[in-house]
Every structure is written in C-alpha cells, then in structure tokens.
Write a protein that binds this ligand. Sequence first.
Ligand SMILES: Cc1cc2nc3c(=O)[nH]c(=O)nc-3n(C[C@H](O)[C@H](O)[C@H](O)COP(=O)(O)O)c2cc1C
Length: 367
Amino acid sequence: MDTSRLFQPLKSGDTLTLPNRLVMAPMTTTAGEPDGSFSAQEISYLARRARSGIGLIMTPACYCHKSGHAFERQVGCDRDELHGSLSRCAEAINQAGAASFLQIHHGGNAVKAHLSGERPWAPSAVHNRRGTSELPREMTETEIWLIVESFAKAAGRAKRAGFTGIELHGANTYLFQQFFSPFTNKREDRWGAVEWENRVRFATEVVKAVRTEVGAAYPISYRISPEEPEPDGYSTHDAVRLLEMIVPLGVDIVHVSSWEYGVGVRNDWPEGSHPTKMIRDAMPSEMPVIGVGGVRTPEQALRVLDDGVELVAMGQELLLDADWPKKVQEGTFDQIRTSVQTREELEGLEIPELMRPYVARFFLPEQ
Ligand SMILES: Cc1cc2nc3c(=O)[nH]c(=O)nc-3n(C[C@H](O)[C@H](O)[C@H](O)COP(=O)(O)O)c2cc1C
C-alpha cells in the first residue's frame, strides 16, 4: 500500500506549513492540574504523538472563561497566569516537530455548576441535547460580549505562548452550536435563532474579535458539527451557510467533527457525497479541511484524502497506538493496535493516568 500521500507537507497561504496530513484530534483528558494548567503527564502525552510523526496536534478543549468550565480537570486558557502552562505545552509540541493548535472552548449548557461555581450560562434556559445538564440560565447581552471577548483574549494568550494556531470549538453541542441551533436558542433578541443574521451572530462576532486580537497572519481553525441528528436540528446545508459567512472573516481551516467519517443521518447532500465532503466541496479550494471519525487504519486515512479532504484527524486511534505514524511510514501495518480487550491492556496505554477511567467507557463499554 502506498501511504506516501499521508506524509506530504501542506502549505496553506502564507501562514501555515504542516509537515504532513496527520492531525491529532482534540481530546479532553480530565488530567489537567486543579488550577487549570496542563499537567506534565498531559504535555508529554501530546509531545509523544508529535515525536512519532503527527503533523498537527490539537490540544484538549480549554475553557476561555470560568463560566465555560465543563469537565473535571479541564485545562483553562482564561487568564494570563496560565501563560507558563500554555507555553510549556506549545514548546513541547513544537520542539517535537509538529504544529500546535490550542482548542478554545466554552461548554455553555454542558457546564457543571460545581466546576464553574454557578448555574450554567447558555443562550436560553434549555437543557442540552443529551439531557445531561443542569437547567442553564439565559445569558445577558453583557455576558455574551464578555464571552466573545474571552475567546479573543484566550487566542491572544495562545499566540503569545507560542502555539502555531488556535481552534475555535464550534462543534459537539457546546456554546457556538447552542447559539446556532434553534433547539437550544429560543432568544428573541439580536442573538436569537429565528433570523439568519442573528443566528450566526455569536460565531461571526467571535471570529471577528479573535482575528482582530491575533492579527492577519495567525492560523484559526473552526470546528463544526456538520449536522444535528434530531429531526428539528440543523442540516449540513445550514452548516455550509454558516461557514460561508465566517470563513471570509478570517477562518483558515475548517475541521468537520464527526464520530464516523463519511456517515451522516439526513441524506440531503448531493449524490455520492456526505457531510464532510459536502463541506469540502463548498469551501474555497485553497482552504484546508480536516476530516475525522473512526479512522484506525491507513486505508481509512487514505479514503479521507481520496475525497479531496486535505487533513485526516485521529482521536481514539492515537490513544490506542502512539506510534501510528511511525508504523505506517515503516510499512509495519500489522503491528498497529486498533483496540484493547482488557483492563490490563487499557492500563498499558501511553496516556495520562487520570484519562484511563475516562476512556474506559469508549474502549471497554461492556465492563
Ligand atoms: C476521550 C475523548 C475526548 C474528546 N474530547 C474532545 C475535545 O476536547 N474537543 C473536541 O472537539 N472533540 C473531542 N472529542 C472528539 C474527538 O476529537 C473526535 O472527533 C472523535 O473522537 C471521533 O474521532 P476518532 O474516532 O478518531 O476518535 C473527544 C473524543 C474522545 C474519545
């Protein structure tokens, strides 16, 4: 099998050159320090994947404001005192030969009050899609601007800390998506979801504020869920329309978040297409798109490139096998680990200790 296409460098405009097409997907570790800094174990786990040959490492989602703190031991980028933590992480990844992107996040209605210290903030007082949240309270106009500003300030911190770029976490039902989705956004003001220009306002204001903060030549990735599975959710057509508005404001990469690459629920895309491909085809050809979801083998990774998608992200596979790029480059495909069967094998994974119980539910669901 010829896998050389996975190892071709990618140049995007004047701002970004990546050594190859492989991306480590952002994954929350629940292994940060209690004060919101990266732990040493987390940093070495990320650098380990960079050393093995991943071209772009996305950090776990980091909260940009304390009201957005959604996961136990989540890392933060919400204050200047975290500069040391951020720069240690960026430096370790960059020195290992990869580009580093800080993923910036606000959990909105998925926030836990015991982590943020107060009732969750959200566009409207509506439970999250998963039904797992506490009832949030509607954000005031002042609070919305505060969070817009927090994303911008966090991006500035990432840049000063030495990250190659940032990713705005617009996917997976968190705050950006809560503003965009009519299910979670019941507002009737200019941030509401009835009128199109209001529905996209949160995303457009954040992108504008971030671009102003970091300047013209700093890479910004936007992660989006291409559709919502619920019948009253948004479609890939809506997602494309949103992207067509924010990309010209300064987005350099679009990262299409899916659990299983090439699969969607609505079937309203063109013949032979699927959500990620539809977004790829609709975006400017010079702007790279990242595809993700269930990629375990080099064949699956090549299939993403076959669709014209420039970059392939892997999450769970890089937890299972930190040496994936090396093994693929050396052609030792049969040595790639694509699952764990027992708790002992799980304990042997090269991941932060606190992450093991958290990922057990993905790898050993029946236990
Ligand atoms: C343990 C775990 C943590 C995750 N945390 C994040 C996160 O912090 N930010 C994010 O955008 N996606 C997160 N995801 C989703 C992944 O980035 C990815 O899209 C998903 O796992 C599908 O890709 P995969 O099959 O290669 O793992 C997480 C997934 C897992 C398994």
